[in-house]
Write a new protein. Structure first.
Length: 405
């Protein structure tokens, strides 16, 4: 019989059996009616069975499609008596009481989301509403966060910012540079939001074990770490340090291009890694360096700073850094001097970056992945939606539901 075939396919416990199957050819929907078998349930739960009070009205759960037909499970859930005389609705094995979709359908939504990274496309492919997909993202993210190891040791942390909406709206992203996973996200980039972010995700023991924190030179982040993680080294990530110098070199080039014709179209020749230059860019690069200009001196100062990386000790790094600052002051290039002064104001974090092999490169890659989420999703209006999407795709979470059998 067809019912026996579907009983075998669904593999529900013996006390749930397929009663009938209905097909609506107009809406292309299939409804599988499942009936509760009291006798089988009583045999399996003899010690905890105290009788059935009554049955709830029919409820419907979206299930995996059969061919091109949307498929639904329909059942009346029994209300079971307990030892104290209370009455509780029996949890179905195929889904949660509060949901209107089965565990298997939720798994399909999660898999499709991970493949498309787009909620609208997922809802279209699975023929379900956008709100259901959005709810599953929130639900699975919270489930994954609840399963996380609350005593995991983080020897290194990265703190970075990401623009959220138009204007000066940012979120703060706390991540693990070792695994590349986002730990959590908070709204804003103030000291209060950063402090709350760390306190909500790290207990006292975890805070004690944090040795290094990589970040940009944002004062709110620096002050937060000094206050709640005083034993941790602040390491200003190399990516941002070099980025500041690259911007300064480009500003010098823009200023001098009005005077020197050969500086035209030399931007990428100066900013790209020398080993990645094309033949044309290489010749342009040689022409710029042979000119007696400030931009060639600015480029050399930038490269001399990069040579300080991987210094053997903090003392050695500090000594070399002081020498580099004196060269910057001697050359008197305003754009470079401005960056040098900023570095000098954060000398400890900069010198730690010259010694420690900790970089925010992983955080920057995460930043790119988060930007991809924003682009594909065409922006997020709600911080809660944005946070759940970031953690769903980049949190390294165990997202899938556990089916009750």
């Amino acid at each position: 019989m067809l019912e026996d075939f579907f009983n075998s396919l669904l593999s529900f416990p013996s006390y749930w059996v397929v009663e009938k199957i209905e097909h609506n050819s107009i809406t292309d929907e299939v409804f599988i009616y499942v009936k509760f078998n009291t006798k089988n349930y009583k045999e399996k739960h003899q010690e905890s069975y105290y009788g059935i009070h009554d049955y709830n009205p029919y409820r419907t759960w979206r299930h995996l499609d059969i061919l091109q037909y949307k498929t639904f499970i329909k059942a009346r859930l029994p209300r079971i008596k307990d030892a104290k005389g209370g009455i509780n609705t029996l949890e179905p094995p195929w889904g949660q009481l509060s949901d209107r979709h089965t565990y298997l359908f939720e798994r399909r939504v999660i898999d499709t989301l991970l493949a498309t990274r787009n909620q609208t496309k997922t809802s279209s492919l699975l023929q379900c509403c956008f709100s259901l997909v959005n709810r599953i993202i929130h639900q699975s993210t919270q489930r994954g966060l609840g399963r996380r190891d609350k005593n995991a040791i983080y020897g290194q942390l990265s703190i970075d910012e990401k623009s959220f909406k138009k204007g000066h709206n940012y979120v703060t992203v706390l991540s693990d540079p070792v695994t590349g996973h986002v730990i959590d996200v908070s709204e804003g980039r103030t000291k209060a939001s950063c402090k709350e972010l760390i306190n909500n995700n790290l207990n006292a023991e975890q805070k004690e074990n944090v040795e290094q924190v990589s970040m940009d030179m944002w004062e709110a982040y620096i002050n937060t770490i000094k206050e709640i993680l005083p034993k941790s080294k602040i390491v200003h990530d190399r990516f941002h340090l070099v980025q500041y110098l690259n911007k300064a070199v480009d500003l010098v080039r823009r200023r001098e291009v009005k005077t020197y014709e050969k500086l035209k179209n030399s931007r990428y020749a100066l900013l790209k890694n020398r080993f990645n230059l094309t033949m044309k860019q290489h010749f342009k690069f040689e022409d710029v360096l042979n000119l007696n200009t400030k931009v060639s001196l600015a480029w050399r100062l930038k490269e001399s700073f990069k040579s300080l990386f991987n210094s053997p000790s903090y003392y050695e790094a500090h000594s070399r850094f002081v020498d580099w600052l004196s060269f910057c002051n001697w050359e008197k290039i305003p754009e470079i001097s401005k960056v040098a002064k900023m570095f000098a104001n954060h000398v400890v974090g900069v010198c730690n970056a010259l010694v420690e092999n900790l970089s925010n490169a992983m955080a920057e890659r995460l930043n790119g992945k988060i930007q991809e989420i924003k682009t594909i999703g065409r922006g997020y209006r709600s911080f809660l939606n944005f946070r759940s999407a970031i953690l769903f795709f980049n949190g390294g979470l165990n997202l899938y539901p556990q089916q009750i059998l």
